[in-house]
Design a protein around this ligand. Structure first.
Ligand SMILES: [Zn+2]
Length: 294
């Protein structure tokens, strides 16, 4: 089948499924993945006003935040109105801008800090620039000018401040969970088994001793969940589950808890996008996509 025909077919399947199932709410809980909440031009910033609109959407539609442990304990069966809000990297803007809005709406969240960078800048972005540009940045249909702009927006992300331990402690005391995102934010498919053990073990111990709360969840840096060696280390160290950066719905099956998909939220995600993400159409397309990729 030609690429053009494949694209046309995919487009018409998406159009059909969205028309039929787009207005029916999903039966599955959702895990949202945010990064920074600010008005910078970074590649993955959500503006504070857009974040507020997202929470309004959740409230208006009866969604309530829950914890990862509660969600997985009952395989997501308790309520189809459960949602988990996550923030990767613990940007300071989450403390400054998102935390007050979360409190206003009475919502909980899970934050994944990078231990070695707490109180510093997200400078792993500059360290890994080449790998990110080659492997993560979308390359299709992008002009040279657009690519340059994306690179600048990536650079902005690396210059943003991260929360300090006092801010993390304050949020933790007020019910926000802090779970592991590793110590140095490496690509997990490129490091040795010893490094994997070290990254997962030290980040967990450090957070637990500083916050006096259990750390049982891991979020893959860069969503790089391609290394199957990680699962056994996670299990050995007492992690219940691990989150990826892949688009996908929550699956109740226990064996899938080490590769839990989320809904990545990007700059420009609006409530119409959320409405689609929280519809049955998303589940149908997600399941069809998974079957086709097998
Ligand atoms: Zn990260």
């Amino acid at each position: 089948m030609s690429l053009m025909l494949k694209k046309m077919l995919t487009k018409s399947v998406k159009w059909g499924v969205t028309n039929v199932f787009g207005h029916i709410p999903t039966k599955h809980p959702r895990i949202l993945a945010y990064h920074t909440v600010d008005n910078s031009s970074s590649i993955i910033s959500t503006s504070p006003s857009a974040f507020r609109r997202h929470l309004e959407f959740l409230c208006d539609n009866g969604y309530q935040t829950t914890t990862l442990s509660k969600l997985t304990a009952d395989n997501g069966a308790t309520s189809n109105k459960n949602v988990i809000i996550t923030f990767d990297d613990a940007y300071e803007s989450v403390y400054v801008n998102a935390f007050p809005i979360l409190k206003e709406f009475g919502m909980a969240a899970v934050v994944f800090p990078v231990n070695n960078y707490v109180g510093k800048k997200a400078s792993w972005i500059a360290r890994d620039r080449e790998h990110i540009l080659t492997n993560l940045m979308p390359k299709l249909n992008m002009s040279e000018a657009e690519r340059k702009l994306e690179e600048q927006r990536l650079q902005v992300l690396g210059s943003l401040s991260l929360m300090c331990w006092d801010e993390i402690r304050e949020m933790s005391e007020q019910g926000i969970q802090f779970q592991s995102h590793s110590c140095s934010h490496p690509f997990f498919s490129t490091i040795s088994i010893n490094q994997i053990q070290d990254e997962l073990g030290r980040s967990k111990d450090d957070l637990e001793s500083r916050l006096k709360k259990k750390v049982e969840w891991f979020c893959y840096p860069y969503g790089d969940a391609g290394n199957s060696d990680v699962d056994s280390v996670l299990e050995e160290l007492g992690y219940i589950g691990a989150l990826t950066a892949n688009y996908g719905r929550f699956h109740g099956d226990r064996e899938k808890h080490y590769v839990m998909d989320r809904m990545p939220i990007y700059t420009g995600t609006e409530n119409s996008d959320l409405k689609f993400c929280f519809s049955r159409a998303f589940d149908v397309l997600n399941d069809v996509g998974k079957i086709l990729r097998r």
